[in-house]
Design a protein around this ligand. Structure first.
Ligand code: FPP
Length: 248
């Protein structure tokens, strides 16, 4: 199926991943509690999901909670968990109506039973969505994603079902939560780090950093990032001349 055209180069990134940073600073800058920033961040999630689907993005992966975020004050972690559960219950029907499939990527065992139920219900309800996949990365770490993939391959090898010499990159990618390469990685909030997000999948990503705090991010900001992406020349190790000739 042809993808909609947009941006100066007319190219829409198939997989966009976003590190949503700056909720706490957004709130503190207004004399509010950090959790108010997360609530406003949830509104930005809604705007950006709608905008990405409209643009024709195929996969949107949002970093909602890293495996290191458990180290935050208990009250903030608790508030974030409640926010996730409320958002999942509130948004699932809208996702279904818009053909958006929701998946949680990360280790869900550490979440409360009720949050795990809310996740499973939203995943089941939206499983048939084909317009866009929305991955919410929660209790996710890129190194752990790789480690777990290696563990699964090793179990298959030990059971005699795998020849290590014939193992390919695709075989390893297939064991990750999300095997698809990221085309465009966006980080809001001014830091220029990958922070243990999709390490394998970002091997060839275009990296876009903006000082905009996540609660202020919306469709115009996503469009600006996509336009910037469309202007980039992706060489995958080849020379510029090879890219333009289309040969090898
Ligand atoms: C980073 O900002 C943000 C988070 C750790 C949480 C992200 C959560 C949301 C956007 C809320 C809703 C999410 C969903 C999926 C409904 P920060 O707190 O690190 O900000 P700071 O760097 O300014 O302190």
């Amino acid at each position: 199926m042809a993808r909609p055209e947009a941006g100066p180069g007319g190219r829409i990134p198939h997989h966009v991943a976003i590190i949503m940073d700056g909720n706490g600073r957004w709130a503190q800058g207004r004399g509010m509690m950090r959790v108010a920033g997360h609530r406003e961040g949830a509104r930005a999630v809604r705007r950006v999901v709608e905008a990405a689907a409209r643009m024709g993005v195929g996969i949107l992966t949002l970093f909602a909670f890293s495996s290191e975020n458990w180290n935050r004050p208990g009250s903030e972690v608790g508030a974030l968990m409640r926010l996730f559960a409320v958002a999942l219950r509130r948004e699932r029907q809208g996702l279904l109506d818009n053909g958006i499939r929701l998946r949680l990527i990360g280790r869900r065992e550490r979440f409360s039973d009720s949050l795990q139920r809310a996740i499973a219900q939203a995943e089941e309800l939206t499983a048939g969505g084909t317009r866009m996949t929305l991955n919410i990365a929660a209790n996710y770490g890129g190194r752990l994603d790789l480690l777990e993939a290696v563990r699964r391959l090793e179990r298959r090898r030990a059971a005699g079902g795998l020849d290590p010499e014939s193992l390919t990159e695709s075989d390893l990618a297939a064991e990750l939560y999300e095997p698809t390469d990221v085309d465009l990685l966006i980080r809001t909030g001014g830091e220029r780090r990958i922070s243990n997000f999709l390490l394998w999948q970002c091997a060839y990503s275009e990296l876009y950093f903006t000082d905009t705090l996540w609660p202020d991010f919306g469709e115009p900001d996503l469009s600006a990032a996509v336009d910037w992406y469309a202007s980039r020349e992706r060489r995958f190790g080849r020379t510029s001349a090879q890219v333009h000739e289309g040969g090898d």
